[in-house]
Design a protein around this ligand. Structure first.
Ligand SMILES: Nc1ncnc2c1ncn2[C@@H]1O[C@H](COP(=O)(O)OP(=O)(O)O)[C@@H](O)[C@H]1O
Ligand SMILES: [Mg+2]
Length: 198
């Protein structure tokens, strides 16, 4: 069970956009279990994240890390407490907060470039402003694979494509839920370095 109060760390350079201030105030959360019992997962968690800050949640499997990230993403509301972004309550998912999960979930029928452009297309950003797609692909080292399809990529490349798809939207908050968990250890090491550089 996550039960934590943050120790503020040195901010690092923000990703693209200006970054967001996240306030997690006294958040508790539980899930209903078969038979009607309630499984407590988060117990009065308070944490502040400053714009541009890089925070890692560490803990054993099942302790509630993903649950907290889902609440911050706005995928579900906390049972108790409040989460705000720049002072505004987080009540639903928003393009200013992008989540990258362990499974890259690229669309198999779209090329890498079209997968990365998905968010821009969904928000009806005109095609002539899609230069960001190529920038994001270059950033993750996939320029040469823009026309490839997901089945032609290795696991690490697919995960980098998913990261490019997130970055192209210039999110204020990038929520990474074990995005390197499924990679082999050598690829994971190099991706950790690349993420830090990004
Ligand atoms: N939607 C859900 N319904 C019921 N129980 C859940 C749900 N999501 C997570 N849990 C339970 O909450 C606990 C924390 O899960 P999770 O946040 O995924 O942990 P972590 O990411 O730290 O491994 C686990 O016991 C898990 O089984
Ligand atoms: Mg998890």
């Amino acid at each position: 069970m996550v039960n934590a109060t943050s120790e503020l760390q040195q901010p690092v350079q923000a990703l693209g956009a200006a970054g967001a201030r996240i306030d997690i105030a006294n958040v508790s959360h539980h899930f209903a279990q078969p038979g009607g019992a309630s499984l407590p997962v988060l117990d009065h968690v308070s944490l502040q994240v400053r714009p541009g800050e890089f925070v890692a949640l560490l803990g054993p499997s099942g302790c509630g890390k993903s649950t907290l990230l889902r609440l911050v993403a706005g995928l579900e509301p906390p049972a108790h407490g409040q989460i705000t972004q720049d002072g505004q309550p987080i009540e639903r998912p928003d393009p200013s907060r992008i989540v990258v999960f362990q499974d890259p979930t690229l669309f198999p029928w779209r090329t890498v470039r079209d997968n990365v452009a998905l968010g821009l297309q969904a928000r009806k950003v005109p095609k002539d402003q899609h230069a960001r797609v190529d920038e994001a692909l270059a950033l993750v080292g996939l320029s040469e694979f823009a026309a490839s399809y997901p089945h032609q990529l290795s696991g690490g490349m697919a995960q980098r494509a998913a990261l490019a798809r997130a970055l192209v939207n210039e999110p204020q908050l990038l929520i990474l839920d074990e995005p390197l968990g499924k990679l082999d250890s050598l690829t994971r090491l190099s991706m950790q370095g690349e993420l830090l550089k990004l």
